[in-house]
Design a protein around this ligand. Structure first.
Ligand code: C5P
Ligand code: C5P
Ligand code: C5P
Ligand code: ZN
Length: 516
């Protein structure tokens, strides 16, 4: 067998075999781009292996969520993009005989382990930069294809399809979704994906579902009209163009190119190679002449991950735009829409997702403005703000990350954000719609009245200096009776209200120790 990540192969095969033994599986996943793509990869692999399953999404896998999952009475639960960090709670249900967990995750594991636990961090692979939840799910999907085809040819329990009519798949086509997940978790650094992620990219290219190439590293190459593409590109500031509508227009007008069609600005994805080259050179020239340092200018170019089977000019063709589209659904309680998009626009999901994207963009932009205007409080080793109920807890981390580098918000200290926790929507949904096919049964018991959500974001440069935010917010939260975890560069926590000052003090101390 030749899985994409040899170090994970044996564990992946064990997990796959366990899934094949199940009569039916509950698939539980996380509500962000990586969680959705994880679920979509797993769902297709289960379907192809002819394993019956249902899917549920959770904002956070806390005790109440795990209890809801246990109450479904599924014997086998496949957790994707979460589960590792909650193994202590999950283990209690396992001990009670409630269900057997199979976990494909990349978050920092809790102290307790379990048999069917597929996580790169257990095998010396970095879970923040080398493999995402969708990547771990992809490794599992590849093993499932291998194991179930062997079972079929060996006359195993699964009925063998007629090979003449149903070509067996090795699930390599799912690599595109795995890459969208990795990009959504911001695992690309220095302009490209690395390690196990790069292996998955290779498999996707071989399977014809991915193309890679060096391209302008700006967000919106598929869908943004050219002036907007340049105006909104602020990761690398180009004086006179970034954040300036007039500047961007003047720059484009000054080029000897036909950049409008029927009065409308064209988009990057529709340009010819020569046209792209002309614009890119002019941009670089402008940056050089305005004194932008060479290291910054390098960041203008990176590896683009293109999904060639998706139509040109749609969000789905660009891994980065695809992942933002997914965040726009799942972080607003519409994971069903995002999953539909991943599974091939079932029931007009794409149109619905685009509507949600417009709101998501507005929320991000309002959130960033709010933080920038209100400003952050600087402690010795970190900076923080309290968004109250003005920014949704599910996007406050994205806002915090995107605001770094704005006026008064440093990129040389991590940023922490507090937000009000919203009540679990399902308790309301269940009573409003008694017929909803919500298989999680019991309504949420948790009221969330006394807790705050914390999101933390750093930079890759800070991580290289020793920052590990999953330790920072995890330890600081536990010190005040909360809990948290995540990744070195991005993490989150829940803390009891009233403990903010204590939490910040402890977090500030830990960051200080890490960066010393
Ligand atoms: O739960 P999960 O691992 O999927 O979430 C990771 C989160 O961390 C994503 O929201 C991603 O955008 C964020 N992240 C970030 N900056 C990074 C790496 C990840 O904001 N450099
Ligand atoms: O929403 P998400 O965390 O996936 O965003 C990933 C990155 O995409 C952001 O950090 C930002 O650089 C970019 N983005 C953007 N404009 C948007 C949404 C996302 O530039 N409307
Ligand atoms: O919610 P947010 O985008 O800030 O989450 C950042 C990272 O922290 C994600 O990987 C998420 O799974 C993790 N997290 C966690 N425990 C929490 C909240 C977030 O492990 N209580
Ligand atoms: Zn993830």
């Amino acid at each position: 067998m030749t899985g994409p990540v040899p170090a994970l192969e044996d564990r992946a095969v064990a997990c796959a075999n366990r899934l094949l033994e199940a009569d039916r599986v509950l698939l539980a996943s996380h509500i962000d781009a990586d969680g959705l793509t994880s679920a979509a990869v797993a769902a297709q692999a289960l379907e192809r292996a002819e394993i019956q399953f249902e899917t549920v999404f959770e904002k956070q896998l806390d005790e109440a969520a795990i209890a809801r999952i246990a109450a479904t009475e599924y014997d086998t639960v496949l957790f994707t993009d979460f589960g590792s960090g909650q193994l202590d709670d999950i283990g209690e249900h396992e001990d009670d005989g409630a269900f057997t967990p199979v976990i494909a995750d990349h978050h920092q594991p809790a102290d307790r382990d379990t048999e069917y636990h597929l996580n790169p961090l257990l095998f010396g692979i970095n879970g923040a930069s080398e493999l995402s939840g969708a990547g771990a799910s992809y490794v599992l999907a590849r093993a499932l294809a291998d194991v179930s085809s062997t079972a079929a040819t060996d006359g195993g329990t699964k009925p063998a399809d007629d090979p003449a009519t149903t070509p067996r798949t090795d699930n390599r086509d799912l690599a595109a979704l795995a890459v969208v997940g990795a990009v959504g978790d911001m695992q690309a650094s220095g302009g490209e994906l690395h390690g196990a992620n790069a292996k998955i990219v290779e498999e996707g290219v071989d399977a014809g579902v991915l193309e890679t190439g060096t391209d302008l590293a700006l967000y919106g190459k598929q869908t943004r009209p050219l002036p907007k593409l340049l105006e909104y590109a602020t990761d690398v500031q180009i004086p006179g163009i970034s954040n300036s509508e007039r500047g961007a227009l003047r720059f484009l007008d000054g080029l000897d190119l036909e950049l409008k069609r029927d009065g409308e600005w064209r988009r990057w994805s529709g340009l010819s190679g020569d046209e792209k080259q002309t614009i890119a050179s002019a941009l670089v020239q402008r940056a050089v002449s305005k004194g932008v340092p060479a290291s910054k200018i390098d960041q203008l170019v990176g590896t683009a991950y293109v999904l060639p089977e998706e139509p040109v000019g749609t969000e789905l063709r660009d891994a980065s735009e695809f992942s933002t589209l997914l965040n726009a659904t799942a972080r607003y309680e519409r994971a069903d829409v995002g999953l539909g998009v991943c599974l091939g626009d079932r029931d007009g999901a794409l149109e619905r997702a685009r509507k949600l994207l417009r709101d998501h963009r507005r929320n991000l932009s309002n959130g960033i403005d709010l933080v920038t205007e209100k400003g952050v409080t600087h402690e010795e080793n970190l900076q923080w703000f309290d968004a109250g109920d003005e920014i949704r807890e599910t996007i406050v981390g994205i806002v915090a990350g995107m605001a770094m580098g704005n006026q008064g918000i440093s990129r040389s200290k991590p940023i922490l954000a507090f937000a009000e926790k919203s009540a679990d929507p399902r308790s309301a949904e269940n009573s409003a719609d008694a017929q909803s096919a919500d298989q999680t049964g019991e309504a949420a018991t948790e009221t969330d009245g006394g807790e705050l959500k914390v999101s933390a974001r750093g930079t890759h440069a800070l991580v290289r200096q020793g920052l590990d935010l999953s330790v920072v917010v995890g330890e600081a939260a536990r010190a005040v009776g909360g809990d948290g975890g995540g990744h070195d560069v991005a993490a989150g926590a829940t803390v009891p209200k009233g403990e903010e000052a204590e939490f910040l003090e402890r977090a500030d101390e830990i960051v200080g120790e890490q960066l010393a």
